[in-house]
Design a protein around this ligand. Structure first.
Ligand code: GDP
Length: 138
């Protein structure tokens, strides 16, 4: 059993796609074990995207993610990290396959609706960053 951190980004809230996105993960059989709606402050956003600190798009990315509310999710299931990544679709719009969240609903490399941890260590770190222990189901 694995846990991963997932975020519905501000464009997902603006476009009224929270239910659609969470519903896809639930219908797959994955279990929601943590969930909150919040507007991340700059410090949280910068820590979340610290790996991209030196990229030219970092400033724009932090502005985007702090520009509205997001839904933070802890999602559990067998191979949850990999399954979520597959269901999200690729980063580059032209590589995001139809049937994936990004492939079905997005054309933009930044406003791409959803984040999911890319590996076990990232998942642990991101869950620790966004949730306190008592906020997740056992
Ligand atoms: P992900 O794991 O598929 O989300 O991709 P990355 O970890 O590489 O990038 C994190 C996020 O940064 C992406 O989901 C986008 O929102 C944003 N991003 C990545 N590459 C670019 C880029 O070239 N330009 C801009 N503006 N945003 C980007």
């Amino acid at each position: 059993m694995e846990r991963t951190f997932v975020m519905v980004k501000p464009d997902g809230i603006d476009r009224r796609l929270i239910g659609e996105i969470i519903g896809r993960f639930e219908r797959r059989g994955l279990r929601i074990v943590g969930l909150k709606l919040l507007r991340p402050d700059r410090s949280l956003a910068e820590r979340h995207y610290a790996v991209h600190r030196d990229k030219p798009f970092f400033g724009e990315l932090v502005e985007f993610i702090t520009g509205g509310a997001v839904v933070a999710l802890a999602i559990e299931g067998p191979q949850a990290i990999t399954l979520v990544r597959q269901m999200m679709g690729a980063l580059k719009p032209e590589q995001a396959a139809p049937g994936t969240i990004r492939g079905d609903y997005t054309t933009d490399i930044q406003a791409n609706l959803v984040h999911g941890s890319d590996g076990p260590e990232t998942a642990r770190a991101e869950l620790d960053l966004w949730f306190r222990p008592g906020e997740l189901l056992d």
